[in-house]
Write a protein of this length. Structure first.
Length: 43
């Protein structure tokens, strides 16, 4: 598949935004599990 330079830039920008969002969601889950673990250890 041959893309124009503009189409390729748009695709890369969408992929970058999607990857950032996935990273943020995974980070939020990691913090959530960390918080749950710490709160259980304190009790």
């Amino acid at each position: 598949m041959s893309w124009t330079p503009q189409e390729e830039q748009e695709f890369l920008a969408r992929r970058r935004r999607r990857n950032i969002m996935i990273g943020l969601v995974l980070g939020a889950f990691a913090l959530l599990f960390y918080g749950i673990t710490v709160s259980r250890m304190v009790q």
